[in-house]
Ligand binder design. Structure first.
Ligand code: PGA
Length: 249
């Protein structure tokens, strides 16, 4: 059985004051039957890891460099994330693919380094509205998976998040049938590439405008093992609603 995962991505939001919400979340989940992860900005990683230390909430980064160290001003390495207390890292989020021109090859190289450092990589894929309207969704998702996911992937070091770009931060959500179609397709691709056992063990998250109000129905969709949540992960009350819906699914 795949362990369910509720992952929150704070993006470029949060200062020291936001740790109050994280502390509230940590107190609410001293331990948990599902995996709970918060990915704060890099500046808060260490403090966030301290606040959640003895709780069921784990901490992750939002990106890392493909190199282990070196002359890369402004970048953060996988080892630095580990050192700050992170256990996971989000890679290839559409905002990084768009804002920083990250390619599938870039994402794959980062994931390789993250896996070698011992981090769980959450690799994001997803189509734009234009690509969906042109009926290219499965081609785009399949291509991103083939290009971004390293060969050494297993259920222990990889999670894949399906995030339609048009659903991120917009309040628009695909139909449950559309989510099922993509997630079933992703499962088939993973089984073909890694064999049934590993392919079945890799968790698949849905991301894009997940809220407490729509979480339960999304978690009922086949091959949805959890969610990657942006806006609704910033407040403990909202994220708790999503965590509880996942635990009950
Ligand atoms: P959202 O973001 O939940 O605010 O739509 C999701 C994401 O970008 O991971």
């Amino acid at each position: 059985m795949r362990r369910k995962l509720a992952a929150g991505n704070w993006k470029m939001n949060g200062t020291g004051a936001s740790l109050a919400d994280l502390s509230e979340l940590a107190q609410r989940y001293p331990d948990s039957a599902i995996d709970i992860l918060i990915c704060p900005p890099a500046t808060l990683l260490h403090r966030a890891a301290e606040v959640t230390k003895t709780s069921g909430v784990a901490i992750g980064g939002q990106d890392c460099h493909a190199a282990q160290s070196g002359a890369h001003t402004g970048d953060v390495s996988a080892q630095m994330l580990m050192d700050a207390g992170a256990s996971s890292v989000i890679l290839g989020h559409s905002e990084r693919r768009v804002d920083h021109g990250e390619t599938d090859a870039d994402v794959r190289a980062k994931a390789q380094t993250a896996m070698e450092a011992g981090l769980l990589s959450i690799i994001c894929v997803g189509e734009s509205l234009e690509q969906r309207e042109a009926a290219n969704t499965l081609d785009v998702v399949g291509g991103q998976m083939a290009g971004s996911i390293p060969d050494q992937s297993t259920g222990e070091n990889l999670v894949v998040a399906y995030e339609p770009v048009w659903a991120i931060g917009t309040g628009k959500v695909p139909t449950l049938e559309q989510i099922a179609e993509v997630h079933d397709f992703m499962r088939t691709l993973l089984e073909k590439r890694f064999g049934e056992s590993i392919g079945q063990s890799i968790r698949l998250l849905y991301g894009g405008s997940v809220k407490p109000g729509n979480a339960a129905e999304i978690f009922g969709v086949s091959n949805v093992d959890g969610a990657l949540v942006g806006g609704a992960s910033l407040k403990a009350a909202d994220f708790s609603g999503i965590i509880d819906a996942l635990a009950d699914a």
